[in-house]
Design a protein around this ligand. Structure first.
Ligand code: PAF
Length: 253
């Protein structure tokens, strides 16, 4: 069945309070759109575990520290809704001014883990992520929310926020979905030129070198500009640039 589409916060809140949701479990998949097979896997899991599935499509301006990156972010709502057909029951796609009536005067800040790795290279990024996730969780009131392990640091920070603020929602981590050649699925992959796309497949393989230092060197030798390679909790994380596109990934050691 085609999902219902909501473009305004008011219409969404009215639907959420209605009979369709009464007494039902709700799975939530928050996204910025440009959906791919990784998002489909989140939606499928949510579909299997809940009576209703809400997909949000919102390119969140506060998590972009680079305005050019925000401008270039693909916006493909019609295709996203088509991909969600039969999986999501509802799609929530609000405009930025409705999500930020306070003009971002109120925000969620985590003071430790959000400052390293991605946070060190993208100042303010996780304030934007945590703030919008909190707003979305308040609006959707899901039983379970689904996040991909590819964004490992984001997943850890969202879990931390849900625990710290006693939010009544389970966070479900889903394994990274990869292309046949090993590259992690990402909305950014479509911005890689064909030659860079072929080279990008080496990223997860080189990340598995004996040490983080060896991995960083192997990546540089293969033509990647390396932001960081680091280990946390038995996971090796990396961020690189290739042909003007920034890629992140992680592998369990
Ligand atoms: O992972 C993403 O797509 C975004 O960071 C999220 C969680 C939807 C918040 O905008």
């Amino acid at each position: 069945m085609k999902p219902r589409l909501f473009h305004s916060v008011a219409a969404w809140r009215q639907a959420r309070a209605g009979a369709d949701f009464a007494g039902r479990t709700v799975g939530f998949v928050p996204t910025m759109g440009a959906l791919h097979a990784g998002h489909r896997a989140l939606l499928e899991r949510a579909r299997a575990e809940n009576e209703r599935v809400v997909l949000s499509v919102f390119v969140n301006p506060t998590q972009f520290n680079d305005p050019a990156d925000l401008a270039k972010y693909p916006r493909t709502l019609a295709e996203d809704v088509a991909l969600a057909d039969g999986l999501a029951t509802d799609v929530f796609a609000p405009p930025p001014e409705e999500m930020y009536p306070d003009r971002y005067r109120y925000r969620v800040t985590e003071l430790e883990a959000s400052r390293e790795l991605e946070g060190a290279h993208r100042p303010g990024h996780f304030d934007g992520v945590l703030t919008v996730v909190l707003k979305l969780l308040n609006l959707v009131q899901p039983t379970r929310a689904y996040f991909g392990e590819k964004d490992w640091q984001q997943l850890a920070l969202v879990r931390g926020m849900v625990d710290a603020l006693f939010l009544p929602c389970a966070i479900v981590a889903c394994p990274t979905v990869r292309e046949e050649d090993g590259l992690a699925m990402s909305s950014r992959n479509r911005r890689l030129a064909p030659a860079d796309r072929a080279r990008a497949a080496a990223f997860p393989r080189l990340l598995r070198a004996a040490t983080p230092e060896a991995a960083a060197q192997a990546l540089r030798d293969a033509g990647f500009a390396v932001d960081y390679v680091a280990e946390r909790d038995g996971v090796r994380l990396g961020a690189v640039h290739l042909g003007g596109v920034r890629l992140i990934d992680n592998v369990r050691l």
